[in-house]
Structure formats: C-alpha cells, structure tokens
Design a protein around this ligand. Structure first.
Ligand code: R5P
Length: 310
C-alpha cells in the first residue's frame, strides 16, 4: 500500500499518512510556464496498490486535471491497483439536466477518472448517492454522520434539539442524523431563482424555542445556510448550529457566516480551509483523516468498509 498526495489538500494527506504509518510517495508535481501540469513519480511503484489523495476543490479544474495526470503516471509506472481518494468530489452538483442543453458534468468527470486508469474511487458524502452509478468501477462513499453525531453528543443537550434540512434534497441526510440522535426533523422550503441564488419560502415543522442543527453536504456561497438560519430565528429558534461536510466557502462566505445568527458552523477538512477561516470564531474544522485512513486500511486488507458505519 502506498499513498500519493496531490496538491489540493497536503495537510489531510499528511494526517492520513501519519494514521496509516505509511510515508507519502516521493513525487514531483509542478507546472510549466504555460500552466501545463507535469507529474513525476520518483520511486518504484511496480506492483503496488496506490491511493492517490486529491479533492476536486478550488481551483477545481487544475486539481481535477492534476489527479488525472497522476493516475496516468501511476498506470504507466505499472502500479497494480490505483484508488482515487477524492475527499471532496467537485462537479457533483451537475448530476442531471436541470434545464435543456446542459452538460451532466458529474458523469463526464466520472468517465475521465475511469478512463485515466483508476480501479476504485473512495469519496466522502457524495452530493447525490446515485453518482456511484456513473462509475463502472467500485465506489466507496463514506459518511461523516458518526463524526458529527459524536461532536453533537459531546457539545449539546439532546432534549431540546431538532435537525433541520436546508432543502428538500437534503432530507435523507438530515433524517439519518435525526434518527440516531432520536430527535425531531424540520425542513426548509428553499427555492433557487437562479444558479447560486437561494430564497427561503417557509419552514416545515416546529422550531420554536428549539436548538436547531442544520445538516448539509456543501456550503458554498453560504446563501442557503445563512438564509435558513435567519428564517429559523424569525420562527423563534433558540440557537442554530450547522454541520456541513464540505466547506467550499467561495467569495464572501466566511464573512457572511461570521455576521449571521449561526452559533457554530462545523465543517470537515475534505477541503483545506485552514487559512481561509482564520479568525472566524463561529467556524470549527473536524478532521476526517482517521475515518479515511481506516477506510483505506480496510480496502487494502479486503475487509468491510460498511462496518465502519454500523
Ligand atoms: C445544494 O443542493 C447543496 O446541498 C448545498 O445546499 C448548496 O450547494 C449550498 O450552496 P450555497 O452555500 O452557495 O447556498
């Protein structure tokens, strides 16, 4: 078993490597003056099982291409088996044609990863579970629910909690957490008048005097969550805590969250935000390195990954 780190999230790769007590493969990934990416593997990997760790986070196009070129380099270096470990699977939100004459980029990206030579994909909280079916190779989709569950149990009293889905698409995810916490469920009726813009129409369920836990897979501009938090407050919510796997945090998102009624936003390190959130007192990062490391160990030893979530 060998680990190769792409440039998107070196901190997470190093944590996984420490967990597995396996050093990262000696490699050189650089750019030519015109922006073309160059990858060189500087040690023998013939016959090895290789895990390349790379999130398709901003700059998404560079990070995606870097991963594809790494996979190609590994394949041409006679690696026995290549697993693309993609903590944040970018382009996943374009998983169907919402209006005519658009691309289904999630499918295109899946094709590119397979065509480049990956034998397996490991990812975390895919935007839509059915993206697994875009691949004809095995996909292990890991869940952050156990990490969030432990954090909530440690920090909050369960007797006054309600889990809130910020839109209809997130109901299953939110129901999963509300079920294991054994608390109620509320839903935000969100509309998207245009891509990147969100409007909250109403709240379905009782949130008055409740401590609300909003759960989502992605926070991008922060519009969805901040609008939901404001509406929850206007409906009498006592406190708002937010748990989101992927902190995309584009543009003014951090500022928007800092100035919002959100008491605490918890994200994971599928995307490296260590510099971006500097100084935001209501944003906390939990590491998924041990979960990913344990999953990679199990894949390498051919033992069950789903047992991790029982
Ligand atoms: C949408 O379906 C996703 O689950 C997120 O709710 C969305 O991507 C968040 O975007 P933003 O923070 O820009 O509102």
């Amino acid at each position: 078993m060998k680990l190769l780190a792409g440039n998107s999230n070196k901190n997470l790769s190093q944590k996984i490597s420490r967990f597995l007590k396996t050093r990262l493969v000696n490699s050189k990934i650089k750019k030519f003056a015109d922006g073309e990416i160059y990858v060189e593997i500087n040690e023998n990997i013939r016959g090895n099982n290789i895990f390349i760790i790379q999130s398709i986070s901003s700059p998404a196009n560079d990070n995606l291409l870097e991963m594809l070129i790494c996979i190609d380099a590994l394949k041409r270096s006679s690696a026995k088996n290549i697993t693309a470990v993609i903590p944040y699977f970018g382009y996943a939100r374009q998983d169907r044609k919402v209006v005519p004459r658009t691309s289904i980029s999630a499918k295109l990206v899946s094709n590119l990863i397979t065509k480049a030579g990956a034998d397996r994909v490991v990812t975390v909280d895919l935007h839509a579970g059915q993206i697994q079916g875009f691949f004809d190779i095995p996909v292990d989709n890991l869940f952050t629910t156990p990490i969030f569950y432990r954090h909530i149990k440690k920090r909050l009293k369960l007797n006054n909690l309600v889990c809130v889905s910020p839109d209809a698409g997130g109901i299953n995810r939110t129901r999963g957490l509300s079920k294991i916490l054994d608390v109620g469920l509320a839903i935000v009726d969100k509309r998207r008048p245009a891509p990147g813009k969100s409007e909250v129409m109403n709240i379905i369920g009782n949130v008055k005097n409740k401590v609300c836990i909003i759960v989502d897979d992605i926070i991008d501009s922060g519009g969805t969550i901040v609008n939901a938090a404001k509406m929850l407050k206007s409906k009498g919510a006592k406190e708002i805590h937010v748990y989101i796997t992927h902190g995309v945090l584009s543009g003014d998102a951090v500022k928007r969250i800092k100035n919002s009624p959100i008491k605490n936003l918890v994200i994971t390190d599928t995307i490296d935000n260590s510099k971006k959130i500097n100084g935001a007192k209501n944003i906390e990062i939990l590491s998924i390195s041990n979960l990913l490391g344990e999953a990679l160990k199990r894949i390498s030893n051919s033992t069950s990954v789903s047992d991790l979530f029982k």
